[in-house]
Design a protein around this ligand. Sequence first.
Ligand code: SAM
Length: 294
Amino acid sequence: MSQGAIKFNPDIHKKIDINSDISGFTKLTTMLKKDTGINIVLSDKNKTLVSSRLNKILIKYNLNSYSEYADFIKKSGPKYYNEFINCLTTNTTHFFREEKHFTFLDQYVKSAEFLDHLNKAGGTRIWCSASSYGHEVYTILMTLLNSSTFSPGNLDIKMLATDIDDRVLAVAAEGEYEEAQVKGVPKYLLTNYFDKKKDGDKVSYRAKDLMANRVTFAKFNLLSPEYPFKNKFDLVFCRNVLIYFDQNDINYAVSKMTDNLRIGGLLFVGHSESGNIHDQRLQKVTFGVYKRIN
Ligand SMILES: C[S@@+](CC[C@H](N)C(=O)[O-])C[C@H]1O[C@@H](n2cnc3c(N)ncnc32)[C@H](O)[C@@H]1O
């Protein structure tokens, strides 16, 4: 779209108020919910958060209202639609988030049940289905690679990391984090699995090939009609994204993920999401962890 075609709007510095264009705002949130599952309930808190995100884009394209933006997205093609989705995803994450899952994972991969499976299968396939900036991806990999199960004999670990937001996927694939972000990572893991980089005063940590080479990053929407994976996964992580979906969409995504989990494999969901998992094929193992039993 040519910027030259846009007429300058002298009022654009004014605050765009959701309450003056509820119908336009609803068009946008309906589109978002239908395509991604992200269900924005119109509380005052959400209105403020969402409008501050949307207003930046409205200003960028010199648009006067949410209704105009909804029409603009429909007319302008996938790049602009993508920008809309990316602007409304919440990507909060950190290393070792909900740490109990990683303590559990460490014990699980040493269990007779898992070792027996590994003996037969030869490798481990993992899917991190809302991977955001990658902190979860590398936390899972550090936990596994640090376990006696995988070192040094069996390092056949492959992970697929997906997210609907391609901005965060690019950061995750880069695998580089500022010092403040790696605070939650124990020092010995940081030393073993990240390379320290210094650029003047700036220190950052980059995932070593030992981790990075095991991950494939791809854009994927959990509400997609098709889940195009050839092989079933041993472990599926879907944490802190279902919380944004309504129960129908949770049921859909959980059912599809379970289809793609081997019998005996585990599904991890966020601690606050565990009350909403109702698939009959899943049996609760511990908080936020489910095993596929049939
Ligand atoms: C709050 S972050 C959670 C990140 C990580 N799983 C964790 O627990 O720290 C939620 C992520 O879900 C992604 N997301 C939202 N809707 C999605 C969808 N329909 N399909 C795939 N990813 C989605 C967002 O882009 C965001 O990166």
